[in-house]
Design a binder for this molecule. Structure first.
Ligand code: HEM
Length: 521
């Protein structure tokens, strides 16, 4: 029996409690000094027991990441920051907009790290933009960002439209003569966004719209999934950073790694044999690699490439995972809120009719700009459901917190609770109310910097923000122009967050009814 299976079966029994209680007692004894790290520095903090319970709730997937840190945010009202521990390591939770801006933007040089970069030999595909740090991250980010220029986005828009047409055909077939259909919205939107990311990332078809459990779907989900394997990896890493390496424990499962390696190899060899120029991310990364190799040969330089095959694999794999899940969730949450707020949906539909009357039925890249209220709906949705309720940074050089003597030491992780800030009544009155007017032209200006961070902020801001917004907006507008969206008796009254995912995903199925509009032929 594989070690993982043994641990999994153990988790079904009470022995798991016993194991963790023993670990807690052991840790409390061995690391008793470290538990007072923050209180010794005069920083308001969770008690050691609270920190340990919080960490275990996270590792055992009893809380989502967002809720876990939101608990800290709520409990320390009036404090700009809160000390806590990840088992024995100090972490700082930021709950003040100005400090959030300092960490993410103004003092980026002191907080340029995010997660620990995994061992490159043991776990090569785990090295990508989310985990790279320092100069390597800067080089990869700088080059990869060119894949999201306006010209490239315009090209991607054509791929989006092809996928949207396929989606239309799927919806129409499902609705048939009945006039309406009930869908698990996240599933259908995930099928669509995976198809989009396949086209943009590798110029391929994933064949996911027709609802089959394709390998692309399974492995893209698994790339970042917070499953039992990753839970053990996290725990080992927290106990001692060398443990995963010593035990040869990889964050990305070997099957997932092999799948992406093979898929990339196949797509790359197809490109070699094609005459037409390609503009997908993989092609762009391959081109970087080629020019890097050429310039190193010319200069007689044999230093390691930035765009190695492993980095290309990691970037593409992470794009698949980070690309399709949050975009699908954002679309699902938009549709959910539109269904629950018919007056908002009616206003959006009016805007769509007005724009179509002015510019014609076909939505083009330029036309998208006209849908101002659609932007407000998306902005408000991402306020209530940000893809990541916390933004993580690692301190890369000692930093003195403003107006205090507290120095954040190199290596300390800093968590900005974006969900806490975005749902704080001080910054967003009646925070639970879905109100797109908060983002109208005149109200938008009143939003305090550092309180609205759905794509993060600063140099590590989501690299694909413009693509994601274009994708969500186009599909939402298309759907609302053709269908009325309604809740059903099965639609959850309130969204709870999935504890098995790093990103904000609904824990329950979001059932919605799509009814063909009378005016649609
Ligand atoms: C609605 C959809 C999306 C949302 C809400 C979202 C949100 C985010 C957030 C909050 C971060 C962290 C930023 C920070 O730490 O400051 C992030 C980072 C990132 N996102 Fe997205 N994202 C979305 C779609 C995508 C897509 C489609 C891709 C890829 C095609 C992508 C690729 C990335 C990458 C690579 C990073 C890491 C950037 C770095 O550290 O340099 N995201 N995203």
């Amino acid at each position: 029996m594989e070690l993982l299976e043994i641990v999994k079966s153990a988790m079904d029994t009470h022995s798991v409690l016993l194991i963790f209680l023993s670990v807690m007692v052991y840790l409390l004894y061995v690391y008793r000094d470290k538990f007072h790290y923050w209180s010794k520095r005069g920083v308001p903090c969770q008690s050691p027991a609270q920190s340990i319970v919080r960490t275990f709730r996270l590792v055992l997937r009893m809380d989502s990441f967002t809720d876990n840190f939101y608990g800290v945010y709520k409990a320390f009202d009036g404090h700009p920051y809160v000390g806590s521990l990840e088992l024995t390591k100090p972490i700082l939770v930021v709950r003040d907009p100005e400090l959030a801006r300092i960490v993410l933007v103004k003092s980026f040089s002191s907080f340029s790290g995010r997660l620990k970069s995994p061992d490159t030999t043991l776990d090569p595909l785990s090295n990508h933009l989310f985990t790279l740090n320092g100069e390597k991250w800067r080089q990869v980010r700088h080059k990869t960002a060119t894949a999201f220029s306006t010209a490239k986005l315009k090209n991607m828009f054509h791929s989006l439209k092809d996928c949207a047409r396929e989606m239309d055909a799927y919806m129409e077939r499902a609705i048939g003569d009945k006039g309406d259909v009930e869908f698990d919205a996240l599933k259908v939107m995930s099928n669509y966004t995976l198809e989009v990311i396949g086209a943009c990332a590798m110029g391929i078809k994933c064949d996911s719209i027709h609802d089959e459990e394709t390998e692309f779907k399974r492995f893209s989900r698994d790339f970042f999934r917070f499953d039992a394997r990753r839970m053990i990896f996290t725990l080992l890493d927290l106990l001692h950073p060398k443990l995963p390496v010593l035990l040869k424990w990889k964050a990305v499962r070997p099957e997932v790694e092999n799948f992406f390696r093979e898929a990339i190899k196949e797509a790359a060899s197809l490109k070699e044999s094609e005459a037409a120029a390609r503009t997908d991310f993989l092609q762009i990364l391959i081109d970087f690699q080629k020019s890097e190799k050429a310039s190193k040969t010319d200069a007689g330089n044999d230093t390691e490439l930035v765009f190695t095959d492993n980095i290309i694999g990691g970037v593409i794999g992470s794009f698949f995972s980070a690309g399709y899940e949050p975009t699908a969730a954002a679309l699902t949450f938009c549709l959910y809120e539109l269904a629950r707020n018919p007056q908002v949906q009616a206003k959006l539909h009016e805007e769509i009719l007005a724009v179509k009357e002015k510019l014609g039925d076909d939505i083009e890249y330029e036309t998208l700009k006209e849908f101002k209220y659609a932007n407000q709906v998306i902005d408000e949705t991402l306020r209530l459901y940000p893809a990541s309720g916390i933004l993580v940074r690692t301190c890369t050089e000692p930093f003195k917190l403003p107006d205090s003597d507290v120095v954040i030491e190199k290596g300390t992780k800093v968590f900005v609770s974006s969900y806490g800030l975005q749902t704080d009544p001080r910054y967003f009155p009646e925070p639970e109310k879905f109100d797109p007017e908060r983002f109208s032209e005149e109200n938008k200006e009143k939003i305090l910097p550092g309180t609205y961070l759905p794509f993060g902020d600063g140099p590590r801001l989501c690299i694909a923000m413009r693509l994601a917004l274009m994708d969500v907006k186009m599909m939402m507008v298309r759907l609302v122009s053709k269908y009325e969206i309604h809740t059903t008796p099965k639609t959850p009254k309130k969204i709870t967050f999935d504890t098995n995912s790093f990103t904000v995903q609904p824990a329950e199925k979001v059932w919605l009814r799509f009814r063909r509009r009378a005016s649609t032929p």
